[in-house]
Write a protein that binds this ligand. Sequence first.
Ligand SMILES: *Cc1c(COP(=O)(O)O)cnc(C)c1O
Length: 435
Amino acid sequence: MDKQLGIQKINAAGHLTIGGIDAADLAHQFGTPLIAYDVAKIRQQIQNFNRVFEEDQVAYEVSYASKAFATVGMFQVVAQEEGHIDVVSGGELYTAIKAGFPMDKISFHGNNKSRAELEMAVDHQIGVVILDNFYEIQLLSEILAEKDQTMNVMLRLTPGISAHTHKYDQTGQEDSKFGFDIQSGQAEEALQQVLANHRMTMLGIHAHIGSQIFEVEGFVMAANKLVDLAADWQAKFGLNIQVLNVGGGFGIRYTKDDDPIAPEMFVDAIVKAVQKRVALRQFNMPAIWIEPGRSIVGPAGYSLYTVGSRKVVPGHLPYVTVDGGMGDNIRPALYQADYEAVLANRAADENEETVRVAGKYCESGDVLIQKQALPKSQPGDTLAILSTGAYGYSMASNYNRNPRPAVVFVENGQAKMVVKRESYEDLVSLDQDYI
Ligand SMILES: *Cc1c(COP(=O)(O)O)cnc(C)c1O
């Protein structure tokens, strides 16, 4: 007998369930802190994106921005769903190779790809390198000449549009460290360099305007700019831009204060805007690529912790401390990200108090949630923080020499560990004696 708690499911025992399994059982079986993913939600979101493109009858790719959560198991799920991935480092590319991910479905991003990383991309013949700066064009052309190889490329552009969101998340304004500026002519100079190189195939243009964005307006403005540029370049260079890559950044719900539209509705708005603009500019409809990260894995992830100590501070909210914190989820400490939690083993109980959920790390800023209503918790209870699937584990650290948590995938009532918990031995495995 499942009943809904917001968007969460509770079983007959009054426990939160994840992918059909009791969250408290997951905590006991695999230990805490634990990151658990409801894999059906990951698949569903990819399929929702696909469906909108199919309905709008446009060629497309959904390229999962793997920096949100990049592991072998995750890449295998994306491969099963026939998606693409973005990588931003040799490490992410290596993970994709280990996962058996199809190399021709990989885009390589980054504002300072090294020679070794670009060589790896060329050796593995990945789908496309998204060129970010002039130095990179030079490096890649040297590598292609040395190896007598070719590569598809896109140009990352800064369209001069900043989304209304947290300032750390803005990447579309003109003084961004990413991409070629359109206004000043850098983009056109980059295009000419690519066109002059017979080893590079110009596939498309790219813009990513930010992250955790709630309004479609910025995406529509950026998409229109890309169409205009593609139309201008067609007129000037006889060039047929095949792909408009509009990036990711679709906002998700972290707390009850967030009220975003469904992620695929951003895509619908973008596609319709592009179709309109393309008709206006009498241009061939290009394929549209998107790069969602957070919206694919964020809502699917749960951080499970065991409740430990409590500190009561007269005149302030009490601290309830869990056995993880900024080492497995740095977002609250880094940029005041908000989350909601439930007491997983008493998810049907009435809330009795409002607390701060603190982590165990030696930083005053290590508070996972500043204000959370909960039933009165006891040491040993399982606390679940919701929607932690994006930029949590992928930013995890060993601060205070705490081992990083295990990750489990749960689907159809089955749980499978996809990342082992680090051991103390793992923690010292790279250390070398000095004396
Ligand atoms: C981070 C990033 C994304 C994904 O952003 P989300 O907010 O996770 O959807 C997509 N494209 C690029 C270029 C990025 O840097």
